[in-house]
Design a protein around this ligand. Structure first.
Ligand SMILES: *Cc1c(COP(=O)(O)O)cnc(C)c1O
Length: 400
């Protein structure tokens, strides 16, 4: 189907929760293509999903082999890829706990919330979770309540009881939100949707100290900043402290829907038999894909690559900020970077698209970049050149 024809059918048959701008028919590495074969550099990675690249050989092969052998068997029966993946996730977390598998970021956070409530029920009848303003934790009723942004909560009253909000990077605000009912503090090491804002070391260490002092669980949402995105396996590993629980999804299985909740030893056996469940969670197909993703990150040294290419991209973005007054600030970590715009970031993203580069918005005034960690340096440099031309057209003509 041609793009125009497809878009017409899209509008007719899909609920209008999204308004896609481009039809993508195929992809390879860091590039995606329309049905008409127009090529774009994808600096979105399907919103932080393809950390190892689109249609990467190792993942394609693992998925093809696994689906032909055993695609699903339910959690009433055990399967090898699931056990291998859980072991690997426990190893690369260094938390010494256990894993619960599900199918998305929202579900992984939902699992964290339920685990915290169960633990709280056994530890003083506590249930309230403090989350951060400008956070993003998903779109189920519980996780949209956890999300500290009113635009995605509007019209869904009554929201889930048991959440309180604090300001990110403001320890006093977190202290003020804690009551005798508080059981956990939940945060992203680097806020993604909220505007690509890294936590400060002082804040992360302060939250950990508060959790220790008041017997609370520290929960990190690693759905966007995990799986090597920041140059470490997990965003929180850029700080001096460890959470009790953290969640992963987006890039975990390179596009096969998957989520996971990973615990330390203390929280490893809070969920007992039939306390929580998922039909698809941790099925052999998703687990085989995730094992392939982790292998590629290790073999191709993509943690260092994220760090190195992040430095390259941040330098380029800073040069844009130096050149144009409309670009206020550049921030982020590894290959999770944001360019703060004086105003609406959409025209910038649209202009980049006109020049065949795909980027994202975040937080109302940020252009967000989540390139594949495997993107060739020469391709990244070419994408930067294309963005430079786009900005020249957008800002120079606007000023003339
Ligand atoms: C995307 C995202 C989620 C939600 O994940 P879904 O798979 O869309 O449910 C949760 N937390 C963070 C930090 C995210 O970026």
């Amino acid at each position: 189907m041609k793009s125009t024809e497809l878009m017409e059918a899209y509008k007719k048959y899909l609920m209008p929760t999204y308004s896609p701008s481009v039809v993508i028919a195929k992809a390879k590495g860091s590039r995606v293509y329309t049905p008409e074969n127009t090529q774009y550099y994808d600096l979105t990675s399907g919103i932080g999903v393809h950390n190892v690249g689109h249609c990467t050989e190792g993942v394609v092969k693992a998925v093809q082999e696994q689906i032909a052998k055993l695609g699903h068997c339910s959690n009433l029966f055990a399967n090898e890829p699931q056990v291998k993946l859980a072991k690997k996730l426990v190893e690369i977390s260094g938390l010494g706990g256990k894993v619960f598998f599900c199918n998305s970021g929202a579900e992984s956070n939902e699992a964290a919330i339920k685990l915290a409530r169960k633990w709280g029920a056994q530890n003083g009848g506590r249930y309230e979770i403090v989350t951060m303003r400008n956070s993003f934790h998903g779109r189920t009723l519980a996780t949209v309540t956890a999300t500290g942004q009113s635009w995605c909560q509007k019209d869904y009253d009554p929201l889930m009881p048991g959440f309180a909000y604090a300001d990110f990077n403001d320890l006093e605000s977190v202290k003020a939100a804690i009551t005798e009912k508080t059981v956990a503090i939940m945060l992203e090491a680097v806020q993604g949707e909220g505007g690509v804002t890294p936590a400060t070391e002082e804040f992360m260490a302060g939250v950990r100290a508060l959790c220790d002092e008041k017997n609370l669980l520290m929960i990190c949402d690693e759905v966007q900043c995990g799986m090597g995105r920041t140059g470490k396996w997990w965003g929180w590993q850029n700080y001096s402290v460890k959470p009790d629980l953290f969640t992963a999804a987006k890039s975990l299985a390179d596009g096969i829907p998957m989520g996971a909740l990973i615990s330390n030893a203390k929280c490893a056996d809070v969920f007992g038999p039939s306390d929580h469940a998922s039909t698809f969670g941790g099925n052999p197909l998703a687990c085989a894909a995730a094992l392939a993703v982790i292998k590629i990150i290790e073999e191709e040294n993509l943690l260092d690559a994220a760090d190195k290419k992040g430095k390259l991209l941040i330098a380029a973005l800073k040069a844009f900020a130096d050149k144009y007054d409309q670009i206020l600030e550049v921030r982020g970590m590894g290959l999770m970077l944001g360019m703060v715009i004086d105003g609406d970031p959409k025209p910038v993203v649209e202009k980049f698209r006109d020049f065949n580069v795909l980027a994202l918005t975040a937080g109302g005034n940020v252009v967000r970049f989540l390139p594949t960690l495997s993107m060739k340096e020469s391709n990244l440099e070419q994408a930067v050149e294309m963005m430079a031309e786009a900005l020249e057209e957008l800002y120079d003509t606007a000023e003339a």
